[in-house]
Design a protein around this ligand. Structure first.
Ligand SMILES: Cc1cc2nc3c(=O)[nH]c(=O)nc-3n(C[C@H](O)[C@H](O)[C@H](O)COP(=O)(O)OP(=O)(O)OC[C@H]3O[C@@H](n4cnc5c(N)ncnc54)[C@H](O)[C@@H]3O)c2cc1C
Length: 380
């Protein structure tokens, strides 16, 4: 490529090699072919299908992993294996952990969230080591050593699905092994999986009842000692053999850009950082309350459309209007949930036995899901 060709292109740096970063890169490759010089900056050499890690403690195969470099290359971008350290928004330069500098015209921050355990006396769900942390518990349930398990969501909800999936899969496994186990879900939600709207939530409630899982909603838990849960309001008390909890998520606290509460990034309806030119953000790193891969992809698409228009592509960028699609693993056939939301609550709600999106992946996305469906994973 000649220097003149290079300089006439919009220089885009995408920081992050997860759902949002890769969706943004693939979307840009599709929407503005030849109009951008895109760099993906990420420390990970593989993309992991994070939602499928919930199956690992139940001795299913490992979640799929895909080499990152070919995905980035197929998006028409270049991979830099490093980490963003800080941003100089005036000079439009990203400084990397190993003292590199990347100049940009547009930056996309797709750095995900930081997983922080909320409870000292519980096993925290962390997809980087789910098999290690939960395999022993599932074995103890199977062998009848563990008679009661509570699955707890702290006050600030992380990802909505895995807590319910782990509870349902544990119940199915206990049933298959013909052992008795009391399972309780403790959640601050007003109803189970409330973000999917009342229709889906009530069907999930029925499913949990059928699986003999007790659900305590509108509940804020403290875990003062191993196996002891204090639930507020009401100062109720629960004693169980084991407690599994969702973590709390914190934003990436990027140095050089304005941050909102807990280090998250505040974006407008096109996913551009509020009060900051040339910087977009997408995914779990943003302030948007629902942390979900499908939502992350839609934010990445909104950002990519705006950036493609800036690069000269003939399109009118659409605003981010989230539609939440979730495949709920149950240990039996999965359920498919859809909600179109405004202001954080579902207003149209659907639950089906068959997928209503294609491909029927756990993370529903416009560019990444069809791309991955056509690839052989590096590891199954
Ligand atoms: C167990 C589990 C089950 C889930 N189930 C579902 C589900 O069924 N459906 C669904 O839609 N969602 C689900 N989710 C949520 C979904 O996985 C996340 O919402 C999604 O991964 C967020 O994508 P992201 O790109 O914003 O962040 P991430 O996937 O966290 O990716 C962040 C990327 O940024 C990189 N990075 C971090 N720091 C830096 C840095 N300083 N510089 C450069 N790069 C950096 C990381 O290496 C990573 O590549 C689940 C999550 C978990 C953990």
């Amino acid at each position: 490529m000649s220097t003149q060709e290079q300089t006439s292109k919009l220089r885009v740096v995408i920081a992050g090699g997860g759902v949002a970063g890769l969706e943004a890169a693939l979307a840009l490759g599709e929407l503005a072919p030849g109009l951008t010089a895109t760099t993906v900056l990420a420390p990970n050499s593989e993309f992991v299908d994070r939602p499928m890690t919930v199956r690992e403690p139940f001795a299913y195969p490992q979640a799929n992993r895909y080499a990152l470099e070919p995905i980035v290359r197929d998006a028409g971008a270049e991979l830099v294996a490093d980490e963003l350290a800080w941003v100089d928004p005036v000079k439009r330069v990203v400084h990397t952990r190993s003292d590199g500098e990347l100049e940009y015209d547009v930056l996309v921050l797709a750095l995900g969230a930081r997983i922080t355990p909320r409870y000292k006396h519980a096993i925290t769900i962390d997809d980087r080591q789910l098999d290690e942390t939960l395999h022993g518990l599932i074995q103890d349930v199977e062998e009848g050593y563990v008679k009661s398990v509570a699955f707890v969501a702290p006050g600030r909800m992380a990802w909505p699905l895995p807590l319910y999936e782990l509870a349902l899969m544990t119940s199915t496994r206990a049933f298959d092994m013909d052992v008795e186990v009391d399972i309780t879900i403790v959640t601050p939600e007003d109803s189970p999986l409330a973000i999917f709207g009342s229709l889906a939530s009530s069907a999930i409630g029925d499913r949990l009842t059928k699986a003999k899982i007790k659900t305590i909603t509108s509940a804020y838990a403290e875990i003062p000692r191993t196996g002891e849960i204090v639930i507020n309001p009401g100062d109720r008390y629960l004693k169980v053999d084991r407690v599994v909890a969702l973590p709390e998520l914190y934003g990436p606290s990027v140095r050089g850009v304005p941050l909102s509460e807990h280090g998250f990034l505040r974006v407008d309806s096109h996913c551009k950082l509020v009060d900051m030119e040339g910087i977009y953000a997408a995914g779990d790193a943003t302030e948007f309350a629902i942390k979900h891969g499908g939502v992350s992809s839609q934010q990445a698409d909104a950002a990519a459309e705006s950036i493609a228009a800036l690069a000269g592509a003939p399109l009118t960028p659409q605003q981010f209007h989230p539609v939440i699609r979730g495949m709920l693993l149950t240990g039996e056939e999965p359920l498919y949930l859809t909600a179109r939301i405004t202001g954080g609550q579902g207003f149209s709600s659907e639950i089906t036995d068959e997928p209503t999106w294609s491909p029927p992946s756990k993370v529903a996305s416009k560019y990444l899901a069809p791309y991955l469906a056509a690839q052989a994973p590096a590891t199954r």
